[in-house]
Write a protein that binds this ligand. Structure first.
Ligand code: ADP
Length: 584
């Protein structure tokens, strides 16, 4: 969905307006310095003429000093200009890519979760890091080369033309012939570098999956298989990179062919004119120096077009991300809740939802009453988690009404809506921060409030045994804590948030009996006085629930209390025997 084609002009205008233009003062300053650096070449080749004609041929002793001083001055000036210009352009390129990275991440944070499902973390990481840097390559390399080399080119051609127009025409006669092959090479570079960027993204994706799935890989003994997959991706990447570089290198090679034709022609024609005394030695040497020097900037300018193609590919990939608009947004005129949040019923009315063309909810309807606990039960895949995602608007349903206290969730401001919920789920995400930061999650609770939440959630029990206490890092994705511990941190989080609505996804994953009891107790405390919707896997939960909603294949097929449902001997009774009965 992300790789659409955009014309280069669109991309460049976007990059220029959004990022480069604000660096204009620095760019102008750098350009002046670049021009000075480039112009120095023209000046040097110009100086070759008096050097030969006045000093070597005419033997003018007075000329030695001033010519030497002028040449000295040109070199010093070139050194200063070249150095400053490079530093300035690095500043510009870094600033531009940093700004692009910031904007990109801000933008991505607003996109729907569907976007992150369609684009793997590795791919996106590569986009934020690799593509922004590659795009800035236009500035640090290309920009300077154009500013400096174009001036060099013009000044050197000026010197050459001042010596002899016909010679100059002969020298560059090869250029038009090679125009087409160079265009072809440019297209090749663009294609090859697109492949290379894609291969880089696939490598990042593989790494991400390997590092996150390391235990699964070990347990299933698929390390060989994973290593082979990785090897293949690396090979692909190397191949794509070599192709890009080869195509890029082809362009300066073409320039050399132009140079070969030019030198051959000028020597054959001009050499004879000197022998015949039509031109001075100084004129020929000056011309020769100018043309010899002209091919270097010309070569670099030729290379630039390759860099441009590479950078355009990255720009395009960045641009398409910015083109993505979140579909889940606050309405233009959000409506507040009509009733106090703690008195608001949660209502699903004939809700249909599908992932692509796979239906998940097919007309689900139920009511979860304010201040009560409603248990969702049903076979796996019935759509229970989807109910949570729709309530919190991680996804929007295709049709039907989802309302809180009579206000449709879509009509509320997103922040206001999400501030109503705490979600404690099986796969609670902890971040690679301390337990304290993981609990606070950016809120500014007092130390006392934090303590109270940690105690109530039984986090204090295990934290007190950790050497660094609350300041112990939770590890990547919370991997330093056990499942039960992670869940307790999540409960403490929810207690601190103190929201009117609680969404619980009970763990099916094995907690040992002791930590299950602890978690259970903490959850009960948490749900007191809150409207609680719980995906239930435990007998005790369904028994204590005020209402049980039975889901199957995206529909609500029954509801009632535990006793009522058992008496009806429907799907719930079957589920009960299968799932809960062993708990006795
Ligand atoms: P439950 O919580 O009852 O086990 P879910 O609501 O998680 O069920 O999922 C319901 C259906 O939706 C399942 O068939 C699942 O395969 C599908 N599903 C869930 N998430 C996604 C997704 N991100 N993309 C595509 N299909 C999904």
């Amino acid at each position: 969905m992300i790789e659409t084609r955009h014309p280069a002009k669109t991309l460049i205008v976007w990059y220029w307006r959004g990022y480069v233009r604000r660096q204009l003062p620095l760019i102008i300053l750098a350009s002046v310095l670049m021009a000075a650096e480039g112009g120095a070449l023209g000046a040097l080749s110009y100086m070759v003429r008096p050097m030969f004609d006045d000093i070597f041929v005419a033997g003018d002793r007075a000329a030695v000093m001033w010519i030497a001083l002028v040449v000295f001055g040109i070199f010093i000036g070139r050194a200063v200009a070249g150095f400053s210009q490079r530093v300035l352009m690095t500043v510009v390129a870094r600033r531009v890519s940093a700004q692009l990275q910031r904007n990109l991440v801000h933008h991505m944070l607003k996109l729907d979760s569907g976007f992150f499902q369609a684009n793997s973390p590795g791919k996106l990481i590569e986009r934020v890091r690799g593509d922004t840097t590659a795009a800035a390559g236009i500035l640090s390399n290309t920009f300077s080369a154009v500013g400096r080399d174009l001036v060099a080119l013009v000044s050197l051609l000026g010197v050459a033309l001042s010596v002899d127009v016909v010679w100059t025409l002969i020298a560059i006669a090869g250029a038009p012939v090679l125009y087409l092959p160079i265009r072809l090479l440019q297209n090749l570079v663009r294609k090859a570098s697109r492949n290379a960027r894609e291969a880089a993204a696939r490598i990042a994706t593989r790494l991400d999956e390997i590092f996150h799935g390391i235990n699964t890989i070990k347990l299933n003994a698929t390390d060989e298989y994973e290593a082979e997959r990785f090897d293949r991706e690396v090979e692909n990447y190397v191949r794509a990179e070599v192709r890009t570089t080869a195509a890029q290198a082809g362009i300066p090679a073409m320039m050399d062919i132009i140079a070969a034709i030019g030198f051959f022609g000028v020597l054959a024609y001009g050499g004879l004119q000197i022998i015949d005394g039509e031109k001075t030695l100084g004129e020929f040497m000056s011309f020769f120096a100018a043309i010899a020097l002209v091919f270097e900037p010309l070569r670099r300018l030729g290379q630039i077009s390759g860099t441009w193609q590479t950078a355009l590919v990255s720009l395009e990939r960045l641009y398409t991300v910015f083109q993505q608009r979140p579909s889940i947004t606050s309405p233009a005129r959000p409506r507040p809740l009509a009733v106090p949040a703690r008195e608001a019923d949660l209502v699903f009315d004939d809700v249909h939802f599908a992932y692509g063309d796979q239906p998940v909810l097919r007309g689900a309807s139920f009511r979860a009453e304010a201040g009560r606990t409603t248990a969702l039960v049903g076979p796996s895949g019935a759509g229970k988690s989807t109910v949570f995602n729709i309530l919190t608007r991680l996804v929007d349903p295709q049709s039907g009404r989802v309302s809180i206290g009579g206000t449709e969730v879509r009509e509320m401001a997103l922040e206001e809506l999400r501030a109503l919920f705490s979600v404690v789920s099986q796969d609670t995400q902890l971040f690679d921060e301390t337990i304290r930061d993981n609990t606070l999650l950016g809120t500014e609770a007092s130390e006392d409030a934090l303590r109270a939440a940690l105690d109530a959630a039984h986090v204090s029990d295990f934290v007190s045994r950790l050497p660094q206490g609350l300041d112990t890092p939770a590890g990547p994705r919370g991997s330093g804590l056990s499942g039960g511990q992670r869940q307790r941190v999540a409960i403490a989080r929810a207690l601190l948030r103190d929201t009117p609505i609680l969404l619980l996804d009970e763990a099916t994953s094995a907690l040992d009996a002791r930590s299950e009891a602890i978690v259970q107790e903490a959850l009960e405390r948490l749900s007191e006085g809150r409207t609680t919707l719980v995906i239930a896997h435990r007998l005790s939960t369904v028994r204590n629930a005020d209402k049980i909603v039975v889901m199957d294949a995206g529909r609500v097929v029954d509801e009632g209390t535990h006793e009522e449902l058992l008496a009806r001997d429907g799907i719930y009774a079957g589920l009960y025997r299968l799932q809960f009965a062993s708990e006795g």
